[in-house]
Design a protein around this ligand. Structure first.
Ligand code: HEM
Length: 144
């Protein structure tokens, strides 16, 4: 159980870190001056997404599901957490779409757009942590 939790935390640290790192990499794309620089940056972005961030996401989700099973976790906090994790998955897939397009064309969005993307994990990650560490109750809290 401790091993699964450690795996869960290690994987989510890498996943969450990657969701911050990818927009940072996207910001560098418009600054690549020559073809060789652009190619190197593109390879780094694709490698990071395919071999670091995506496997970490899969491990975080599988180990989280195992924790639900072993700890018999339930409650409102878990519902909110899973909802927020779904939004993280959507953001992950959106970044994946941008990475896939890099194979065919240069980054369509400017640096401001990529910087704005940082707002998404900045909002979602603390909210997920709040749900799991604080286990708040919103819907049923006011019941007398
Ligand atoms: C489908 C995805 C996920 C599932 C099903 C899941 C489920 C769980 C469960 C059941 C626990 C044990 C909670 C307890 O009993 O106190 C746990 C622990 C934890 N989860 Fe997740 N989780 C998922 C993704 C995430 C993500 C994306 C984050 C962070 C952004 C996260 C952060 C944590 C942390 C920090 C703990 C340790 C909490 C503690 O020991 O007090 N989880 N997770």
């Amino acid at each position: 159980m401790v091993g699964i939790k450690a795996l869960h935390i290690a994987a989510l640290v890498i996943w969450c870190g990657g969701l911050f790192y990818l927009p940072g990499l996207f910001m560098l794309h418009p600054r690549a001056v020559d073809q060789a620089g652009f190619h190197r940056l593109r390879m780094l972005t694709r490698f990071t997404f395919a071999f670091v961030v995506s496997p970490a996401a899969v491990i975080a989700i599988i180990s989280g599901t195992a924790l639900v099973h072993y700890r018999q976790a339930h409650g409102e906090w878990l519902m909110w957490k899973l909802l927020l994790v779904c939004l993280m998955v959507f953001f992950h897939l959106y970044c994946g779409g941008l990475v896939a397009r890099l194979g065919r064309e240069r980054m369509a969005h400017g640096r401001t757009w990529s910087a704005g993307l940082l707002a998404v994990p900045s909002l979602l990650v603390p909210l997920v942590l709040w749900m799991v560490l604080g286990k708040p109750s919103f819907l049923f809290a006011a019941a007398p």
